[in-house]
Design a protein around this ligand. Structure first.
Ligand SMILES: [Zn+2]
Ligand SMILES: [Zn+2]
Length: 378
């Protein structure tokens, strides 16, 4: 069937074009489709661009073009996390400017394939894997030595359209907010997998921010007794709603005394550290039970000194955890599909695209006052 489209040229004149195709018509054909059909047309998409530390604005950037093996997506909603805040503030040495942020993404396939047709809602994995390094060869692509995360080492997804490799997309029947929560929750789920957590374990999660919350939900999903630890009562309340069985407020209580009380003096079988301070790095090793497991997800910003005797004396498994594997994505999607996560409690603010820069600014001025901010792109 012949379709007709009108393209606004750079000189301001409209020209009429035809193409054969079942999907597009002149009125709703998105800009990137036009640019592919008619490369002579000038077109671009809106994106949030971090210009320099502390400065961001919505700008027009070139259309994404899908490389072989990639699909084009319309971005629906993007969540911000602490790493976006660090990028905005210029605190992440891996980020150069200008940079488009965004790695917690809800999107819809625009131009799909037989297994992922147009109209499918997806979450996505924002990591790359080289296939050659030691991690990739061991099947642990989440820890690829040469990983490039969306919005960190390369431009992210806070734009109207993006192109992504097919294998990084996870279709799911979830709301936009839920899709945006998939990636941040996978990081905690991966830590739970690293800690080999099982139903008869007692687990302490140090830090109930975005990452810790995923660990709480993941630990609970495996049936473990899950003790949530934080200074902030509001975060503890969300963590309880996400499956935490007990809560310890370190602003009011002694971590050691309470953990001893809750574990009959043995300490937790697994401690997951999701903060990244020297104190909590040390506390994990000090509080964990003999022959327990310690999992570190928090990124320490300074060197940490240890009583290393405890590593040996307790015969500990001390594990790092980074990003997430495809099975972690599937596990989180399964949890969200069963509606077993307090989505609305975990998200404190949804702002329109035009407010994204202001939201980052407010958050940077008042880091404690927001849990999760999401940007409604479409
Ligand atoms: Zn994140
Ligand atoms: Zn690799």
């Amino acid at each position: 069937m012949k379709r007709v489209v009108y393209i606004q040229r750079a000189d301001g004149q409209s020209t009429k074009h035809c193409r054969d195709g079942p999907e597009h018509n002149g009125r709703s054909t998105p800009a990137w489709v036009l640019s592919q059909m008619f490369p002579e047309a000038t077109s671009s998409v809106k994106a949030l661009v971090l210009k320099k530390p502390g400065e961001a604005s919505v700008e027009m950037v070139p259309n994404p073009v899908a490389a072989p093996g990639e699909l084009l997506l319309r971005v629906r909603m993007v969540g911000f996390c602490g790493s976006d805040l660090n990028s905005f503030c210029g605190r992440n040495p891996l980020v150069t400017f200008p940079r488009i942020p965004g790695h917690e993404v809800s999107a819809t396939v625009i131009e799909g394939d037989s297994s992922l047709p147009a109209g499918t809602d997806v979450a996505l994995s924002p990591y790359t894997n080289c296939g050659q390094c030691a991690s990739c060869r061991r099947g642990r692509s989440n820890a690829c030595q040469f990983n490039q995360t969306l919005g960190v080492q390369r431009d992210g997804a806070l734009a109207e359209f993006v192109a992504m490799p097919r294998e990084k997309l996870y279709p799911a029947k979830l709301t936009r907010k839920e899709l945006c929560l998939v990636e941040p929750l996978t990081v905690g789920f991966h830590a739970v997998a690293r800690g080999r957590i099982k139903a008869d374990d007692t687990v302490a999660i140090l830090g109930c921010g975005g990452v810790g919350l995923g660990a709480v939900a993941g630990s609970n999903a495996r049936g473990a007794r899950t003790i949530c630890v934080d200074m902030d009562d509001e975060k503890l309340a969300v963590a309880r709603a996400a499956g935490g069985s007990d809560a310890i407020s370190t602003a009011k209580e002694s971590l050691h005394d309470r953990l001893q009380e809750l574990t009959e003096g043995r300490g937790p079988d697994v401690v997951i550290e999701a903060i990244g301070t020297p104190q909590t790095f040390r506390a994990a090793v000090e509080e964990v039970a003999f022959t327990g497991r310690v999992v570190y997800i928090g990124y320490a910003k300074e060197p940490v000194s240890y009583e290393t005797r405890l590593f040996v004396q307790k015969e500990l498994d001390i594990l790092g955890s980074r990003n997430a594997l495809p099975e972690d994505f599937r596990a989180v999607i399964h949890l969200l599909e069963r509606k077993q996560f307090p989505v609305d409690q975990a998200v404190s603010l949804v702002v329109p695209f035009e407010e994204a820069a202001n939201a980052l600014r407010s958050w940077s001025e008042n880091p404690a006052s927001f849990k999760k901010i999401m940007v409604a792109v479409d």
